[in-house]
Design a protein around this ligand. Structure first.
Ligand code: ZN
Length: 128
């Protein structure tokens, strides 16, 4: 397989930096979610509970999204180790270097990424 020349050390460094800052964000969210067990011993009145639930659900949604990003970065890092970084997971074709520059965690070429996104959108909208 013809491998394109990629500066793997540079991509690994960028992915590790992205991973660390994403992990920091997740850790920050966990503090926001879990401090009610420690510092807030007194129960708030109902109006504030609703806001708390909303904030908590929002934080959980953000955390889930960040964790997905983290998984994606881990996958890209694994592929650097395995020597398959920069190769599309679906079709096996090289992912253009400029795509990897813009999105170091990408493991799909643009075409297959688009197909996957379209597949995800096939889930019917509830109001249709
Ligand atoms: Zn592809």
């Amino acid at each position: 397989m013809a491998q394109q020349e990629l500066d793997l050390a540079q991509f690994r460094r960028r992915l590790e930096e992205m991973r660390a800052s994403t992990q920091d964000e997740i850790d920050g969210l966990q503090i926001a979610n879990e401090n009610q067990d420690t510092s807030y011993g007194v129960k708030n009145h109902p109006a504030e509970d609703a806001t708390e639930v909303f904030d908590r659900e929002r934080s959980l949604a953000i955390r889930a999204a960040l964790e997905r990003e983290l998984e994606q970065m881990d996958r890209a890092l694994e592929r650097i180790e395995a020597g398959t970084y920069g190769v599309c997971e679906v079709g096996g074709e090289p992912i253009p270097a400029e795509r990897l520059e813009a999105r170091p965690a990408a493991t799909l070429c643009i075409q297959h990424q688009r197909e996957r996104d379209e597949f995800a959108r096939d889930v019917p909208d509830p109001w249709v």
